[in-house]
Design a protein around this ligand. Structure first.
Ligand SMILES: Nc1ncnc2c1ncn2[C@@H]1O[C@H](COP(=O)(O)OP(=O)(O)O)[C@@H](O)[C@H]1O
Ligand SMILES: [Mg+2]
Length: 337
């Protein structure tokens, strides 16, 4: 497998594969990624694209195979999303199985991560509408597509990267909730209704003016649609804890996103879906303080306790709708609903 982090090696690779014409006319820029992958921007006057490569984990030998599968999962899901929402998802350009990588269209250089905008208090309902409707469209189409339901049947990455570190971890740390959490885990795993993105987060959505770009499909699997809406809106309610002065706007954003999404859904009972989503949300909320991937911007002990209290309250009061959640939440943090 080539090391695309080595600029010289990567440029030679791109030329060999005829992906660029002039090695001297391109700029290469690493975009982050991290321990599990490399993400690199390639720009020239003729074209721009992004290459994402899954890195083998060093731990055990079997992981090598799982890493290959991870990149195949990701590029297939990207492709499916692009077919449904071409204006909001980069196009898949090439795939190289041997080197664990694929190329996709690049978002414009001026694009910003939605997460940063939200944390800065820029609360854009038009972005939320596009994000919610694209998710609903993908869920609707996939739910009726037998080929897709078979293609993404494996839940391996979802279990390794979401169920274990988020939900099983909080089950072991909150014995009072253990039974309930295991019940919800079973639902998320057994309710194989549609294609779940699994990482539908403002971190994986770029915004450029009125355009959005949805990214990062590694955890895609067939499962329960409540996971994506719960995961997305969890990011909004976490920010309401961080910036209490804007809490009402973040809660409105959560309610608006949920209602926009639910109104579009056509394959299941949306009252049940909303109810299940609030349960999922309560657990994901708790997981961002007591799971293995705590939200880095929730630093105060007081805020962590508040999240625990609200999560328990959502479950104990059996909250069923985003509207009721917003009133309850604002009341708990001391802002008038
Ligand atoms: N097609 C793209 N166009 C522009 N930037 C991108 C593109 N794909 C990824 N990026 C940038 O790279 C970052 C990491 O990509 P992502 O697919 O989310 O990888 P990871 O799995 O490491 O989170 C994104 O947050 C985004 O800033
Ligand atoms: Mg990402």
């Amino acid at each position: 497998m080539i090391n695309i982090a080595d600029e010289k090696v990567f440029k030679e690779y791109l030329q060999q594969k005829h992906l660029i014409s002039d090695i001297n006319a391109v700029t290469i820029k690493p975009l982050g990624g991290g321990v599990s992958c490399e993400v690199i921007m390639v720009r020239s006057s003729e074209q721009s694209f992004v290459v994402k490569q899954a890195l083998p984990k060093l731990r055990v030998k079997e992981d090598w195979f799982s890493d290959v599968a991870r990149v195949v999962n990701e590029k297939d899901c990207l492709d499916f999303y692009h077919k449904i929402a071409p204006e909001h998802v980069p196009k898949l350009l090439f795939f190289d199985q041997e080197n664990n990588l694929f190329g996709m269209e690049a978002a414009p250089e001026s694009s910003k991560m939605w997460k940063g905008m939200l944390l800065a208090g820029v609360i854009d309902f038009d972005v939320a509408r596009k994000v919610a409707l694209t998710l609903a469209d993908v869920h609707n189409v996939a739910a009726g597509d037998a080929v897709i339901l078979r293609r993404f049947a494996s839940q391996k990455f979802f279990i390794e990267l979401r169920i274990d570190p988020y939900l099983r971890t909080i089950a072991s740390r909150h014995p009072k909730l253990e039974k309930l959490i295991h019940h919800e885990i079973a639902r998320l795993i057994e309710n194989k209704q549609t294609l779940v993105h699994g990482d539908y987060s403002p971190k994986n959505i770029l915004v450029d003016g009125s355009k959005i770009y949805i990214l990062d499909f590694e955890v895609a699997h067939i499962g329960d649609p409540s996971f994506d809406l719960g995961f997305l809106t969890n990011h909004f309610i976490l920010k309401a804890i961080k910036h209490k002065q804007w809490a009402m706007s973040y809660l409105n954003l959560a309610t608006y996103s949920a209602e926009t999404y639910l109104q579009r859904i056509n394959f299941t009972d949306t009252k049940v879906l909303e109810y299940n989503t609030i349960k999922t949300l309560a657990l994901l909320f708790l997981a961002r303080v007591d799971g293995k991937s705590p939200a880095e911007y929730i630093t105060e002990g007081y805020d962590k306790d508040l999240i625990r209290k609200i999560s328990y309250g959502m479950l104990e009061q059996d909250i069923r709708s985003y509207r009721d959640l917003a009133s309850y939440f604002l009341n708990e943090i001391g802002t008038l609903a």
